[in-house]
Design a protein around this ligand. Structure first.
Ligand code: B1M
Length: 212
């Protein structure tokens, strides 16, 4: 059974131990990992974001909530990955938050949902330079590269990274996302895809790797 309200409150309070307790109890009783994500962890982080935007809480509180959420994500990650199936050769997606940007909660969700959707994800973390993206795409033979940005300032870095990928990383498809990013921006910089959330990122990337 999932105590949705209890889990949400634990994330809001930044109570890492309680988050682990609620998530473990839910997993032990057979609750689907995607439900734990969508009914507990994600809505709580959404509230945190809104409260921060409305200046009702401080960054320190945001960080505590983010840390608590990560503790829950770590527990559901194996179940999400198992849901992705065990195909021998999964398509590879290189994922990262662009240079200058340290936000990774949304990017991590995209990564987990991709694993759950049957992809191999090479997560380069945050503050990733164009060179690192290019190196990883070539090294892992990735079909898709996913760029995340949460700051209007680092959206510019996306444009630059994409231009360098086009020059040095062959035919890799690029998908972009993050709160300030729009379809219009994706079209402007010539990205192959844009997704407003983790679930649609998986859907868009599946379309891009599907045989023509
Ligand atoms: Co920062 N921050 N932050 N922050 N932060 C925002 C983004 C901001 C909107 C807050 C505000 O002012 N209201 C604002 C940006 C303003 C702007 O540029 N327009 C902001 C700012 C200004 C800053 C700093 C500059 C603050 C400062 O130091 N003065 C600083 C920048 C540091 C840096 O990056 N260089 C900073 C720092 C931080 C923390 C470190 C404290 C922390 C990040 C912790 C972490 O990520 N590990 C933080 C947080 C948590 C936030 C908010 C509150 C929440 C972001 C979040 O995690 N949302 C945010 C305010 C808000 O969003 N209301 C804010 C939850 C997450 C699930 O959503 O990331 O949007 P999101 O991901 C979604 C989609 O966007 C999409 O799917 C995800 C899941 O559905 N998506 C993709 C994301 N990536 C994708 C990639 C895809 C496809 C979809 O394809 C590859």
């Amino acid at each position: 059974m999932l105590d949705e309200e209890g889990l949400r409150q634990a994330v809001l309070k930044g109570d890492r131990d309680s988050v682990r307790t609620f998530v473990t109890a839910a997993l032990d009783t057979g609750v689907d990992a995607v439900k734990i994500l969508n009914a507990g962890l994600l809505p709580a982080m959404d509230v945190v974001g809104k409260r921060f935007g409305a200046k009702q809480i401080y960054i320190s509180e945001v960080l505590l909530s983010a840390r608590a959420m990560h503790a829950g994500l770590a527990l559901i990650r194996p179940a999400l990955a198992r849901a992705g199936g065990g195909a021998d050769t999964k398509p590879v997606v290189v994922l990262g938050t662009v240079k200058g940007d340290l936000h990774d909660i949304g990017k991590n969700l995209v990564g987990m949902m991709l694993e759950a959707g049957g992809f191999t994800v090479v997560d380069l973390g945050t503050n990733v330079s164009a060179q690192k993206f290019i190196q990883a795409v070539n090294e892992h033979g990735a079909q898709v590269v996913g760029l995340s940005a949460l700051l209007t300032t680092t959206m510019r870095e996306m444009r630059q990274t994409l231009a360098e990928l086009r020059r040095s990383a062959g035919t890799v498809k690029a998908v972009i996302g993050g709160a300030p990013v729009t379809q219009e921006f994706a079209d402007t910089i010539g990205a192959d895809g844009y997704a407003p959330d983790a679930a649609s990122a998986v859907a868009r990337i599946k379309e891009l790797v599907a045989p023509a």
